[in-house]
Design a protein around this ligand. Structure first.
Ligand SMILES: O=C(O)CCC(=O)C(=O)O
Length: 286
């Protein structure tokens, strides 16, 4: 099939070399207004005990007014506007340029990072959380608001997507963040960009973001896609939770799983604690 929005050779080469690619302003004002409405509806429903209750996470900091949402879980299942973006050719054609024609949505989430109280995200690799038989897995992080250094834009470590890094505590349990002693000593690259821009992030690229101490929210809609021959490694209830609903996007799942890429580290973890809770629970004492 001819793609309407393929990546060009330079963009593809950049992604393969650096482990990420930022494409500015893929979505326009109308899309963003639609997403803004969807976020508002889902958050309101969740906070008032409606359909979305149980599908959000709140910031622990006291805002003095109503609780601040930091994450909407599984947005694909929560609102048609999110589903529509997950299947939008402006996103999926570009993913196909990187992963091939058979694509599955592995999972999604919306990270809010509210003004003043938004939590940080510590350094981690996505495949550290959901290892697969090969590394044909990437996340698309779509900024719904302008993302700046001040409101905690995404940061990456370039050219570090060739191996699984240990995310374990000294005792070997999954800590949800890259262990200090194996965190690559390279300058982080900040990725500020206007609303509507998207980062295509290899599943092994280390990334993080700072707390939001500014006066502007930084909401990011995230969808992880995988190639048709990349199968998840089962390691417990977390895998079951991620894989509860099939979300085919294009083409078909392969009959044979492909084993390739660096050998996965399988997380030692029981339960489905969120990234934020895992990372806070493994913070070094002050
Ligand atoms: O929202 C961010 O800053 C990064 C998100 C992320 O890495 C995640 O939720 O896995």
């Amino acid at each position: 099939m001819t793609l309407t929005f393929p990546l060009d050779q330079d963009e593809t080469a950049h992604y393969r070399r650096e482990g990420w690619l930022l494409v500015k302003e893929i979505l326009g004002a109308e899309d963003l207004a639609e997403l803004d409405r969807a976020v508002g509806e889902v958050a309101q429903s969740a906070l008032s005990g409606g359909e979305a209750a149980g599908h959000i996470e709140l910031e622990p900091a006291d805002t003095g007014t109503q609780p601040a949402v930091r994450r909407i879980l599984h947005p694909y299942e929560r609102h048609p506007a999110f589903r529509s973006i997950a299947h939008d050719p402006r996103i999926v054609d570009r993913v196909e340029s990187l992963l091939g024609p058979d694509l599955d949505l592995q999972h999604g989430k919306l990270n809010w990072k509210p003004a003043r109280v938004g939590s940080p995200v510590e350094w981690h690799q996505d495949l550290g959380y959901y290892p697969h038989t090969n590394d044909g897995v990437l996340a698309v992080l779509i900024y719904i608001d302008d993302a700046t250094e001040a409101n905690g834009c995404v940061q990456v470590l370039s050219r570090r997507h060739r191996e699984y890094l240990d995310h374990g505590t000294p005792g070997g349990d999954f800590a949800g963040r890259i262990a200090e002693q194996v965190l690559p000593d390279v300058e982080p690259r900040l990725l500020p960009a206007p609303a509507g821009s998207a980062i295509f992030l290899h599943g092994l690229t280390p990334h993080a973001s700072l707390p939001n101490r500014s006066h502007a929210d930084r909401r990011t809609l995230i969808f992880a896609y995988r190639a048709g021959d990349a199968y998840p490694l089962f390691y417990g209830t977390r895998t079951v939770d991620d894989e509860a609903a099939p979300r085919p996007v294009r083409g078909e799942r392969a009959r044979h799983a492909r084993f390739g890429g660096p050998p996965p580290i399988v997380p030692r973890i029981d339960g489905t604690s969120s990234l934020y809770d895992l990372q806070a629970g493994s913070a070094a004492p002050d």
